[in-house]
Ligand binder design. Structure first.
Ligand code: HEC
Length: 150
């Protein structure tokens, strides 16, 4: 057997090991940074960004709304609302879970309010409330965080 093929074989094996390690490291980084549950919901609420680093997009909301705000900017750190957001004519409601349930919401209608801007009785919410686009997992985590708020 000539020497060259052995060297070529070795080069191929080393190359494969390198490629597989790079893919594996990428896989580990992709899985370890994404946390789920209320802590992901908190990031969305406070920063408008989820634990995987995805910026939560929206349509509507007040003219000139800061691109980088979560729910906190209008509903406050405790979720109690009572704020008149800039360029809006309406006061923000209390969106702590127990308050929403007390006014007739359930998880499905809360999701609908966040994504489609429709309230528990089927009415359109004021355009000041942005319509948010996020994954079902993010919505679930966000609602878990609203439960933690109260
Ligand atoms: C720019 C300000 C603003 C931001 C940011 C905002 N909201 Fe709102 N939200 C409002 C306003 C104003 C209302 C009330 C609209 C009305 O009375 O018709 C509202 C209403 C709601 C309601 C309906 C409550 C009810 O009693 O009918 C829910 C649920 C809600 N917001 C959740 C959220 C969540 C979750 C986020 C973050 C993903 C968020 N909002 C971000 C302004 C905002």
């Amino acid at each position: 057997m000539p020497k060259i093929p052995y060297i070529a074989l070795a080069v191929i094996i080393v190359g494969l090991v390198v490629v597989v390690s790079i893919l594996y490291i990428g896989f580990l980084r992709g899985t370890s940074t994404h946390v789920e549950g209320a802590s992901n919901g908190k990031l969305i609420y406070t920063k408008g960004i989820d634990s995987a680093g995805v910026r939560i997009s929206y349509t509507g909301g007040p003219v000139g709304m800061m691109r980088y705000t979560g729910c906190i900017g209008c509903h406050g750190a405790t979720g109690e609302g009572g704020i008149y957001p800039m360029m809006c004519n309406v006061k923000t409601p209390d969106i702590r879970y127990t308050s929403l349930v007390a006014s007739g919401y359930n998880d499905t209608t809360i999701t609908r309010a966040i994504t489609l801007g429709i309230d528990e009785s089927g009415e359109q919410l004021d355009p000041c409330m942005p319509r948010w686009q996020m994954s079902l997992m993010d919505l679930k985590d966000l609602i878990s965080y609203l439960k933690e708020l109260g």
